[in-house]
Design a protein around this ligand. Structure first.
Ligand code: TA6
Length: 275
């Protein structure tokens, strides 16, 4: 039976869904999906044990909404949307038994008030995220954005990511551009922005599951694991946690920025499912 309730999750106001097909928790802070558990399965998402749950700080894990800029294109890094509360504007039980939650966000900073965002989170056999951006200003805006999704994996050194074979990528660790040969495997810090519109699949033999990340209106897929040294430098990331997570991010980043024209909405979608 579906139920939707407002709860407190680590001191943050959150929407808890006990659904027909999956259970989930979404905090108002950042409209941040922090848990998505298909019925009979394990959480697909990872949260650091050192996560900090305060306004003005992003949650380390789940699905941070990176908007309206990716990386250090602006200040603070990875945008404004993940740092503060969104407004829950609706919840709906869909005919198929899924539950849809709707959130909206407009920056309070005067210089950014011309932009607004809506996020729809559909919790069903799959987790569907739809981020719609609107430019109410008078000039084009170069939008970069991402669903910075932290997936729970058994051991990152034993998983493979497929679907991005032969794609060109910006290697942000080496500082150069390469082309992917075969599946992506992990044995050191990995921070790559692939130019791709394809689905990516995390093949995790340890958990006996494959996680598919399908998407639309996203020209980039960012793949990130901090590995040992970078993990140690992050206060909200446990020193020994890097093997249990992997970010595969549905994004419009770097050269795949989107020109957001005044009055013309743009929706980026990510659909996550365990196979
Ligand atoms: O998406 C990968 C990345 O840009 C990495 O370079 C790393 O900075 C990661 O995001 C986490 O960034 P954050 O600001 O959440 O610590």
């Amino acid at each position: 039976m579906n139920s939707v309730s407002i709860v407190e999750w680590n001191g943050l106001k959150a929407v808890k869904v006990d659904g027909k097909f999956a259970d989930a928790v979404v905090t108002l802070h950042g409209a941040h999906v922090v848990s998505y558990i298909p019925k009979g399965g394990k959480d697909l998402l990872w949260i650091s044990k050192k996560c900090v749950f305060t306004d003005g700080k992003s949650l380390r894990g789940g699905v941070p909404v990176i908007w309206p800029w990716f990386g250090s294109a602006g200040k603070p890094s990875h945008g404004l949307a993940r740092l503060t509360d969104w407004t829950l504007t609706g919840s709906m039980l869909c005919d198929c038994g899924s539950v849809r939650l709707d959130f909206s966000f407009t920056p309070v900073q005067p210089e950014w008030k011309f932009l607004s965002a809506k996020l729809s989170v559909t919790i069903g056999k799959k987790l569907k995220l739809e981020l719609t951006s609107l430019n109410s200003g008078t000039k084009d805006y170069s939008l970069t954005q991402a669903f910075h999704t932290y997936f729970a994996v058994s051991d990152v050194s034993k998983v493979r990511v497929t679907g991005l074979e032969d794609a060109e990528y910006l290697d942000r660790v080496a500082g150069d551009t390469k082309r992917q040969s075969g599946a992506i495997t992990f044995d050191s810090e990995t921070d790559r922005c692939y130019i791709s519109t394809a689905d990516a699949v995390i093949d995790d033999p340890g958990f006996g599951r494959r996680i598919r990340i399908a998407k639309s209106n996203s020209g980039s897929t960012v793949v990130w694991n901090p590995w040992i040294e970078k993990a140690r430098k992050m206060a909200d990331f446990g020193d020994e946690e890097y093997p249990e997570m992997l970010c595969v991010e549905t994004a419009c980043a770097f050269d795949q920025a989107v020109t957001l024209k005044p009055g013309v909405p743009y929706t980026m979608t990510s659909v996550i499912s365990a196979e």
